[in-house]
Design a protein around this ligand. Structure first.
Ligand SMILES: Nc1ncnc2c1ncn2[C@@H]1O[C@H](COP(=O)(O)OP(=O)(O)O)[C@@H](O)[C@H]1O
Ligand SMILES: CC(=O)N[C@@H](CCC(=O)OP(=O)(O)O)C(=O)O
Length: 298
């Protein structure tokens, strides 16, 4: 992948490739595109730079990218430093009060700060937000239902589910030249901060903003079947079958569930794509090439 960017491309071909993007730029002009930038997709510096450039480019050609970032592996590292192991149930981090302090520090501080700085270094105007800002995300304590046994619930501590989203602050920013960069932390009525899975925030944000597209960047080619082959498209029924036969596990649970909810609730195109591919965002949005898995509402 990295060698490709050094390969010789005749100037005429470059111009044609740029020109081929025109219908996509027209189609998505003025439209909101929510991008979930997973912590697993942001581990390589070169890829991070390509991502930030792509976001700036999308904004400058008239689209409204809204970024929801994760940071699971980065939280895991910070917790290790203070001697705490990470525990997950169905893709949700079990979060006690001490863990929550680290989560907020890593997500709303380090990860968001680095991303905002990087986007702005390429000429964008990114603004960092978390759920507390402008009353963006109201959360309440999650009762996590067992995927296989609906009568069973898990207590995962200070983990939130979304009660409501007030998108006013995001709309105000995106109607201007700004690129919102949102950390998945919500505020409860009890004034506690809640740790919310970033896929859940991205899916709901896309719904509430009536986004044209939701693109989730992760560290696999997309959703894989039992043999490890990429599944390019998935319907609701097919997803149920994958849950039942155990093909989906860990972080893919909240990702697929949130993607499906968004597709069912009006987001026209929902994709889970490989964030390890250089310029995957441009490939997904500005070319006819299908990358990753498209989640369909039915
Ligand atoms: N069927 C599946 N296809 C692809 N990935 C899967 C599947 N089931 C579980 N996974 C796991 O889900 C992970 C992606 O979710 P997660 O670790 O939460 O990433 P992110 O930080 O991008 O949200 C993959 O790295 C993989 O280990
Ligand atoms: C409740 C819960 O699990 N919250 C996540 C929030 C970050 C996240 O979702 O990051 P990724 O997108 O990189 O996985 C966590 O603590 O890891």
């Amino acid at each position: 992948m990295s060698n490709l960017s050094n390969a010789y491309v005749p100037p005429q071909l470059k111009a044609e490739i740029l020109s081929d993007a025109l219908p996509y730029i027209q189609k998505f002009h003025g439209k909101t595109i929510v991008v979930k930038y997973g912590g697993n997709a942001m581990t390589d510096e070169k890829l991070q730079r390509a991502f930030a450039r792509d976001v700036v480019l999308l904004k400058l050609v008239g689209m409204n990218p809204v970024i929801v970032h994760g940071g699971g592996p980065q939280i895991g590292k910070a917790l290790k430093k203070v001697g705490k192991e990470s525990e997950f149930i169905q893709g949700m981090r079990v979060t006690d009060a001490e863990t929550m302090e680290v989560v907020e520090w890593v997500l709303c501080g380090q990860v968001q700060g680095d991303l905002v700085t990087l986007i702005n270094s390429f000429g964008g105007q990114a603004v960092g937000l978390n759920g507390k800002d402008g009353c963006l995300i109201k959360a309440k304590r999650l009762r996590l239902r067992d995927y296989q046994n609906p009568d069973k619930f898990y207590d995962v501590g200070q983990v939130g589910e979304i009660e409501s989203i007030n998108p006013a602050v995001v709309k105000a920013l995106q109607d201007d030249a700004f690129i919102p960069v949102i950390s998945p932390v919500g505020l409860g009525e009890d004034e506690l901060a809640y740790n919310i899975n970033a896929d859940v925030v991205a899916g709901k944000m896309a719904e509430v903003l009536k986004a044209e597209k939701l693109v989730m960047l992760t560290n696999t080619p997309g959703v894989l079947d039992k043999e490890g082959n990429l599944i390019t498209g998935l319907t609701s029924k097919e997803i149920d079958a994958l849950f039942e036969d155990g093909t989906i596990s860990g972080g893919m649970y909240p990702k697929i569930s949130s993607a499906l909810e968004a597709a069912k609730n009006g987001v026209k195109a929902v994709h889970i794509i490989d964030g390890r591919v250089d310029h995957c965002l441009l490939l997904e949005i500005l070319t006819p090439e299908g990358v990753g898995t498209m989640i369909k509402s039915e």
